[in-house]
Design a protein around this ligand. Structure first.
Ligand SMILES: Nc1ncnc2c1ncn2[C@@H]1O[C@H](COP(=O)(O)OP(=O)(O)OP(=O)(O)O)[C@@H](O)[C@H]1O
Length: 272
């Protein structure tokens, strides 16, 4: 089992003190090694928080959480650090130093398995440019190997961040909205590459997506989150249009207070 959460609640350390709500509330979830799971839900639902919790970045305020059979928050800091090397968290906006060459940025994905001295040496002369080239080629970015990161487009930067994941040796890929800067054709190609890599090494893939169609069309298991809670956790064949509509229903009222607005997953008002 990759991850087990039982009644997990998470509160952001930077949340306002008077704000007593939780970013995740009473979340229970089990994810097997090698499973591929899509997280969907409206903005602010808690998808990123859940991914960060799985990556051992946020300690739960209550509940039980284990990753690969151990409890990260009961471990020593150094042990937890070692555990994190098995988890690759790909944020929506990858933290790539702007003046760095793409090759160096991609090879940062190897740092958890490299020695200190090899890591330092690779900053001066990339120690495995071939691996970076191969990873970039899977996203059609091989010609950017020696480009500077700040000369990449948003979509290229996003795929450069994902190429890091390919060179890592992680056992779980935790990927936050990997397609937000990509056009539809590139989105499908990028998602396919991620899924193929996860399947080839039996890595667990948990991926948050705003593209509900892509989630339903490509992932065997769908978890719907809203207001920090799991609304449904089902095989894709069991996810109905009504479940999706309820997940994204926006019950806010306009200024007159009498016009309930419903939003589709793409944020288009379907009521008017
Ligand atoms: N650093 C933070 N400090 C305080 N509250 C936060 C922080 N990050 C997120 N939150 C709050 O936690 C809740 C869940 O946010 P989260 O980013 O996990 O949602 P999300 O589903 O990933 O949203 P989106 O689809 O917009 O990225 C929201 O209410 C958000 O305002």
């Amino acid at each position: 089992m990759s991850f087990v959460l039982r009644g997990v609640s998470v509160r952001h350390a930077s949340a306002e003190r008077r704000d007593t709500s939780h970013a995740l509330s009473d979340v229970s979830l089990s994810i097997d090694q090698g499973e591929q799971v899509a997280l969907i839900g409206p903005s602010g639902a808690g998808k990123t928080t859940l991914l960060h919790t799985l990556a051992c970045a946020h300690p739960p305020v209550s509940g039980e959480f284990s990753a690969f059979g151990v409890e990260p928050w009961a471990m020593k800091h150094t042990e937890r650090h070692a555990l994190r090397a098995r988890l690759f968290l790909a944020p929506q906006t990858p933290p790539l130093p702007p003046r760095q060459r793409v090759v160096t940025a991609v090879l940062a994905g190897c740092l958890p398995q490299w020695s200190f001295w090899r890591s330092i040496a690779s900053l001066i002369r990339p120690s495995d440019a071939g691996a970076a080239y191969d990873a970039l080629a899977r996203f059609n970015l091989q010609d950017k190997l020696y480009a500077r990161v700040d000369r990449l487009s948003g979509g290229e930067r996003q795929r450069c961040g994902l190429a890091r994941l390919l060179v890592s040796k992680a056992d779980a890929f935790l990927v936050d909205e990997p397609l937000s800067a990509l056009d539809p054709a590139l989105s499908l190609q990028t998602l396919t590459t991620l899924q193929q890599e996860a399947a080839a090494r039996n890595a667990t893939l948990v991926c948050s997506l705003h593209q509900v169609e892509l989630a339903l069309g490509n992932f065997p298991r769908i978890v719907g989150l809203r207001d920090g809670r799991i609304v449904f956790d089902a095989p894709r064949a069991e996810v109905t249009d009504a479940m999706i509509a309820a997940l994204y229903r926006n019950a806010r009222h306009d200024e007159d207070g009498d016009h309930a607005v419903q939003q589709s997953p793409e944020g288009v008002c379907t009521h008017c």
